[in-house]
Ligand binder design. Structure first.
Ligand code: URA
Length: 262
């Protein structure tokens, strides 16, 4: 194949989201598998040994993975321990395809915790939530009300691993990740929680309402005031919504002042 053709093929792979090599050998989709494993998104518990080459991965059920996630998360006494637990947890197959864990950024002492749904390509590369253009806009938005990652805001994600091709996380993946983010919030104990984007808002606030109906008012996350923000990616595509986002930011700023947190 000519160089130009190869470059074009690579561009096409990237465009469809196939931008990570997940194995050394090409997989034939036509070959009938020797052994059909039950359909699952989860990996076995770490068993203290490396799998033999070509050994099929034994499967842990989603329920088992959720229980394991809950036990690990509950045992973490601080954010550092939680990060280690999340990083060592083998109950999510996403860990295999992601480059690295995306856990949190900013100051864990902050009174405001901003939470996104799942890392994308930029976050997977950088290892921190809200990197790239989305992150730049989010930083600008937070900066407008006196919040910076280096000083007084803490940013985390519900899923700690990028999904292949940035597809939407499955319900199973969300359920397995929930014990970690719930414990994360408990340990940080912020005065205010800000889910960013419809997906994060619906998951954390256990709501089916669209973001447009959740925004602009104070909601409750287990006794902590929560206010949602439009996702920066949406604002980049729909700049007319920036006015509403600015109103939401001002509402958050007023609450932080009222609570003596800003
Ligand atoms: N959404 C993003 O764009 N980035 C994150 O890190 C989390 C959610």
């Amino acid at each position: 194949m000519e160089h130009a053709e190869l470059a074009e093929l690579l561009q096409w792979y990237e465009a469809v989201g196939a931008d990570e090599a997940i194995g050394d050998a090409a997989q034939s989709r036509l070959r009938v598998p020797e052994k059909t494993l039950p359909k699952s998104t989860v990996l076995p518990l770490a068993q203290g040994r490396k799998a033999e080459k070509d050994e099929p991965a034994p499967v842990m059920g989603a329920i088992e993975a959720m229980k394991e996630a809950a036990a690990l998360a509950a045992a973490a006494n601080n954010v550092t321990e939680l990060r280690v637990a999340a990083e060592n947890f083998n109950g999510l197959a996403l860990k295999r395809t992601a480059t690295q864990i995306v856990f949190a950024d900013g100051s864990a002492d902050a009174r405001i915790m901003v939470i996104g749904d799942a890392p994308g390509t930029d976050e997977d590369r950088a290892g921190v939530p809200f990197a790239g253009a989305n992150g730049q806009l989010l930083d600008k938005m937070l900066g407008a009300i006196g919040l910076t990652r280096t000083e007084n805001v803490y940013i985390a994600t519900i899923l700690n691993w990028r999904t292949p091709g940035n597809r939407a996380p499955t319900k199973e993946e969300i359920d397995i990740s929930l014990p970690f983010i719930r414990r994360h919030i408990e340990l940080v104990n912020p005065a205010v929680i800000v889910p960013v984007g419809g997906a994060a808002a619906k998951i954390l606030l256990e709501s089916k309402e669209p973001l447009a109906r959740l925004r602009g008012k104070w909601l409750d996350y287990k006794g902590t005031p929560a206010a949602v923000l439009y996702h920066p990616e949406y604002l980049l595509q729909s700049p007319t919504q920036k006015k509403a986002a600015w109103e939401d930011l001002q509402m958050i700023q007023a609450k932080l002042k009222e609570l003596g947190a800003l």
